[in-house]
Design a protein around this ligand. Structure first.
Ligand code: ZN
Length: 242
């Protein structure tokens, strides 16, 4: 099946659904990882230079599981949920023809996350609609849309659990591809930066804590969780998550 995961920032998908995407790839799905923003905000440095680094990091992470990277390069911190901004999402959905889409929940903490969530919900419908003018023809197949965890799981009540124990190390490797995000955000980018050990950095502590907590809830070592977006055309009779 075709799987499309859409995250606002490089490293969002790895944090919230990296293990699930690795499992999708293992079972033979064609996985596309879409990063919406260009990431030029962090760490410090020439914005174009930083954006190029973030792109390379995201590509390396996607390559680890054989996923395709879709890089929309919208301005970091300024994603706006309006009809004009839907267009690249509609084109992406029409090109990938997903049966499963994973994105941020609408109640997440960051305005880019909430905007992306809104854009995906609207674009799934527009991608079906013949009178929304885009280059590619409509994608009329049923698409299940799942929201991944909110940041730190706050306010997020899971409905579906995915056991990621077998691929937890892959999820960590994917996260480690985002080297620039392990650097102090207020300091200039340093190519010779030495990566901290896992328990020294909030990213990795987050991955261990959330995956262990959700795993504990489901009686497995590590898990990621999801909530379905239920509406017409978005409900399937089969389980599409791994
Ligand atoms: Zn983010």
């Amino acid at each position: 099946m075709n799987v499309l995961a859409i995250g606002a920032h490089g490293d969002d998908l790895e944090s919230f659904c990296g293990g699930t995407l690795a499992l999708c790839a293992q079972r033979g799905d064609a996985v596309t990882m879409c990063v919406v923003t260009d990431g030029r905000g962090r760490p410090k440095g020439d914005p174009d230079y930083i954006a190029a680094i973030r792109h390379k990091e995201a590509a390396a992470s996607a390559a680890l599981i054989g996923a395709e990277l879709a890089w929309l390069a919208m301005p970091d911190g300024a994603v706006v949920a309006d009809k004009n901004t839907c267009r690249p999402f509609v084109e992406l959905i029409r090109r990938v023809k997903p049966e499963l889409i994973i994105t941020h929940p609408p109640e997440d903490y960051h305005p880019d996350h909430t905007a992306v969530s809104r854009l995906v919900i609207e674009s799934v419908q527009l991608a079906r609609t013949a009178n929304f003018a885009a280059e590619l023809p409509p994608h009329r197949g049923a698409v299940a849309v799942y929201f991944m965890e909110s940041e730190r799981g706050i306010g997020f009540l899971p409905e579906e659990y995915v056991d990621i124990s077998a691929v937890f190390q892959v999820k960590l490797q994917m996260l480690r591809c985002h080297r620039s995000q392990f650097m102090p955000p207020t300091e200039p980018y340093d190519p010779s930066f030495v990566m901290p050990t896992d328990n020294q950095h909030p990213f990795m502590r987050y991955a261990y804590a959330m995956s262990s907590f959700r795993g504990f809830q489901a009686d497995v070592a590590y898990a990621e969780t999801f909530r379905a977006w239920r509406s017409a055309g978005r409900v399937l009779t089969k389980r599409v998550l791994p």
